[in-house]
Design a protein. Structure first.
Length: 284
């Protein structure tokens, strides 16, 4: 496998930023299976854009999960950007939503051997990244075949982002963790701020169905001790009732933790995502 750490000047962000990219290569398992068509001109990979959570960056998944091994096994390119604590939102002159949803795919499709077809393109995220992944997918359903949401879903006014569960019951008196307290978080909880914008994710999700757009499949995975359980459960229920194909797994005994997210990525690549599990070879 190849793990590429790249720094470049983003036009949307107006600053240098980092991404980490995983590209599968010829593996020992390939050699055992007698597969020798290793590097072919114009070969491409399916691709997953993977968004980190609050306080994280592009290195999180490489540092805390086995994603390099999983991606190599399933011949999936993975692109991990860094988005600070932006909630993947354009705010106060720093356009992280525009960067992730528009500039990053264009740059990566130009520089790396990844497919541009909808059926080969996926987006995923954990916690804050689940908000970003769902927001981007709902605003661009024509681009993504499937979405993996780990420990969360997009924020919406009136629904707590952080909830404590005690004996299976929800308690709403938990404060937002310190790193996520910001004017931006207050804005995203303001109906007037999100109305009519890309941040009005649930209204956009419902409108996609009403307009007959192609809908991505949505996979949720969250622990039953996870403070994001309520938000994820409510989002899955609404999307399913509106007409989205959803799958949800609530994992007993798990909280907001890397063991959950590592296992979620492994299961998603093995079972949930519509992967080819092989390189895409061009006929031209």
């Amino acid at each position: 496998m190849a793990v590429i750490k790249m720094n470049f000047l983003s036009q949307a962000l107006k600053m240098q930023t980092n991404i980490t990219v995983i590209l599968p290569t010829f593996s020992f398992e390939d050699s055992l299976q007698g597969f020798d068509a290793t590097y072919v001109h114009r070969m491409k990979y399916q691709v997953m854009y993977l968004l980190h959570g609050g306080t994280g960056d592009d290195s999180d998944f490489v540092n805390f999960t086995n994603i390099v091994r999983y991606a190599d096994k399933h011949k999936l390119a993975v692109i991990m950007p860094s988005a600070n604590n932006s909630s993947y939102t354009d705010y106060d002159g720093t356009d992280f939503y525009t960067y992730i949803s528009e500039e990053l795919p264009k740059m990566c499709e130009t520089m790396f051997p990844i497919s541009t077809l909808r059926e080969d393109t996926f987006i995923a995220g954990l916690s804050m990244g689940s908000h970003g992944a769902m927001k981007i997918a709902m605003n661009h359903p024509e681009r993504y075949a499937a979405v993996l949401l780990m420990s969360g879903a997009s924020y919406r006014p009136g629904v707590p982002s952080v909830v404590k569960t005690v004996n299976g019951k929800y308690h709403f008196d938990v404060e937002m963790p310190i790193p996520m307290k910001s004017g931006l978080q207050d804005k995203l909880n303001n109906p007037e701020f999100i109305k009519g914008s890309v941040n009005d994710v649930y209204a956009i999700s419902k409108r996609n169905v009403e307009e007959g757009k192609r809908l991505p499949s949505i996979f949720f995975r969250v622990g039953d001790c996870d403070h994001a359980l309520y938000r994820a459960t409510l989002a899955e229920k609404d999307l399913r009732e509106w007409g989205y194909e959803t799958k949800m797994e609530i994992v007993p005994g798990m909280g907001h933790e890397w063991d959950l997210w590592d296992d979620s990525i492994r299961i998603a690549m093995r079972d949930w995502l519509p992967l080819r599990h092989q390189v895409i070879y061009s006929e031209n």
